[in-house]
Design a protein around this ligand. Structure first.
Ligand code: ADP
Ligand code: MG
Length: 602
């Protein structure tokens, strides 16, 4: 006999969940179902994390207790968001697909209230609702809750967090006193307790052990960016960690391949693993990854399942998984065997809800950070280079014969200058690349992370004074036009432009200051000789917003979309290819492959 049957799940419902592949009840189902199928069930408080199977725990018994002939609402499920509300209704439809005549309806805000009223008028057995819209319908007297037997408060803590306390109380007061009340929550917050003590009778408390709690060794980081900046953010994260050895999770095969192709094109040591590859191809990729000849594996959840690699430094969620559970599996790939690991999500503001759901499941909060800034990346890479230089093995026999000559040539440089020059050799290109890169952290998120407050300074804007103004018919577009025409450069980042009566100020990326000063020499405007000079003080704080508007796309077309400023290939043949198995990774960050690539300072 099926265990579901043993705990009281009936045939029609059983057939449906069999189709869904449920083989045995989850712990919360095992505890809740027997209570609910009883004749007059008592109240229940269940503390359980997301992903533990709560929907079926209350859904299956409620469906089979429904009197199909009675067209009144018999059970009511409240949940905090439109998504959850719809998901619950959909799940219940799945579970009830073999139950003739059974109906479940969703009631939620942001969608036609008329249609919902019509549905209620036709009659529906169970409703899945968000508190706000339901109260609206109650006030319009369009919903009759007088025959409700069961009220389920799903994700009760979240509903209270979202400020639905009054609505919950209003709804509960409309339902019969002798109803059964079920409360599901991830935490037993004070507000949850107070609702429970006010509206529930002798509830049975069920606590479900935490499922898949992420290991203590994993740090969870969140970078909020605009969706269009996802890839750029990924590159920065990888650049910020010269020693990264990790998996980048994508949602689809297509996305996996694209991200991997882009990374490879940009000079990163990455490859893809997904279901469209042959077994042989996958084996090759996996072997390279295991032996650390590959530092970044871009993979789908399915392809990476069961993958057992121990000392990953990072798991990067390029996109959040559709299934919240998958996050736990993903992040569990790092921080193994007593080592520390970091799981990073690149998310956009629209995904906030999903993030808090994940936080509840892993019982940990994400640390919100700003996407590494160019200068921080440069610093990390620089020290990585210095580190490698300290550790590099010197082959005396090969080098010694050249030494006298080299020494003679470099005689005029002291130690400091020598170091500066060697570092600059590797670094100029790199600094150049990042100099103009904007902050990628989504604006709303910026105030949250401390680092971000200094970001404008890092933008480095120069402020110019120009001797023409409103009286001369100057508009912001005049200035932009001049900058573009005179310099012949189209992607100079332009900040604030202040037009005054007889003169004006404007800001540009400071790296272009020289070019601009030079370009404006000997120019005239309406027969007047233009005088351009650097203004005393760059007004830094205001540069972001206007430059965003003016030149976001141009900025991007210059920089991040270009090649990586540091490649891997050249170095390997020259240096110490054979010395360490992890050699590839060490080499990756600095090389001369890119020297051929032009980073024209146009
Ligand atoms: P919760 O509401 O606790 O977050 P859900 O009810 O949404 O969890 O269930 C999470 C996932 O687990 C869903 O995809 C669901 O279909 C699946 N699931 C639920 N119960 C079972 C079961 N007994 N066996 C297998 N999968 C299940
Ligand atoms: Mg749920």
């Amino acid at each position: 006999m099926n265990i579901f049957e043993e705990i009281g799940v009936e045939e029609q419902v059983l057939a449906a969940i069999k189709d869904l592949g449920f083989e045995k009840p989850t712990p919360v189902q095992e505890k809740v179902i027997p209570i609910l199928v009883g004749e007059k069930p008592g109240d229940v408080i269940a503390l359980a994390q997301t992903g533990t199977g709560k929907t079926a725990a209350f859904g299956l018994p409620l469906i089979q207790k429904t009197d199909i002939a009675n067209k009144k609402i018999q059970h009511l499920i409240l949940s905090p968001t439109r998504e959850l509300c719809l998901q619950i209704a959909d799940d219940l439809k799945d579970y009830s697909k073999y139950v003739k005549g059974f109906t479940v309806g969703a009631i939620f805000g942001g969608s036609s209230i008329d249609l919902q009223m019509k549905m209620l008028k036709r009659g529906v057995h169970i409703i899945s609702a968000t508190p706000g819209r339901l109260v609206d319908l109650i006030n319009r007297k369009k919903v009759d809750l007088s025959q409700v037997e069961t009220v389920v408060l799903d994700e009760a803590d979240e509903m209270l967090n979202m400020g639905f306390k009054d609505e919950l109380e209003a709804v509960l007061s409309q339902t019969p006193k002798n109803r059964t009340t079920l409360l599901f929550s991830a935490t037993m917050a004070r507000e949850v307790k107070s609702i429970a003590s006010k509206y529930m009778k002798d509830p049975t408390e069920i606590i479900i052990g935490k499922k898949n709690v992420s290991t203590e060794n994993v740090t969870h980081l969140c970078y909020m960016v605009h969706a269009r900046d996802r890839y750029l953010a990924l590159k920065r994260i990888v650049d910020f960690h010269p020693d990264v050895y990790g998996i980048i999770f994508c949602r689809t095969r297509k996305e996996t391949q694209e991200v991997s192709d882009n990374l490879m094109n940009d000079g990163y040591n990455a490859d893809a693993l997904h279901g469209d590859l042959s077994q042989a191809q996958r084996d090759v990729v996996m072997n390279k990854f295991r032996s650390k000849h590959l530092s970044l594996l871009v993979a789908t959840d399915v392809a990476a399942r069961g993958l057992d690699v121990n000392d990953l430094t990072h798991v990067i969620n390029y996109n959040l998984p559709d299934e919240i559970d998958a996050y736990t599996h993903r992040s569990g790939r790092t921080g193994r065997a007593g080592k520390k690991g970091t799981s990073i999500i690149i998310a956009n503001m629209k995904e906030k809800q999903k993030i808090s759901t994940i936080e509840r499941q892993i019982s940990k909060k994400f640390i919100h950070s700003s996407v590494p800034l160019g200068r921080d990346i440069c610093k990390n890479q620089l020290f990585h280079l210095i580190d490698r230089m300290e550790k590099v093995e010197v082959s005396d026999t090969d080098i010694n014969s050249f030494l006298p000559e080299i020494n003679k040539k470099l005689e005029w440089l002291d130690r400091d200058e020598l170091i500066k020059k060697f570092v600059s050799l590797e670094f100029n290109r790199f600094l150049d690349y990042y100099k103009r890169m904007p902050d990628l952290t989504a604006p709303a998120e910026r105030s949250k992370s401390k680092k971000a407050s200094g970001s404008n300074k890092d933008m480095g804007m120069s402020r110019f004074f120009i001797n023409i103004g409103r009286k001369d018919g100057v508009k912001p577009t005049t200035i932009i036009g001049m900058i573009n025409d005179y310099t012949g450069i189209r992607d100079i980042e332009i900040g604030e432009i202040d037009i005054l009566d007889s003169f004006s100020f404007f800001e540009t990326d400071e790296s272009c200051a020289e070019d601009i000063l030079e370009a404006f020499k000997d120019k005239t405007h309406k027969k007047r000789k233009i005088a351009l000079e650097l203004a005393q003080q760059a007004k830094r704080s205001s540069s972001r917003s206007s430059s965003d508007r003016n030149s976001d796309s141009r900025k991007r077309s210059f920089g991040d979309r270009g090649k990586r400023p540091f490649g891997d290939k050249g170095k390997r043949s020259f240096g110490d290819k054979d010395k360490r198995s992890s050699g590839d990774r060490d080499k990756r960050s600095f090389g001369d492959k890119d020297k051929k690539r032009t980073f024209k300072k146009r």
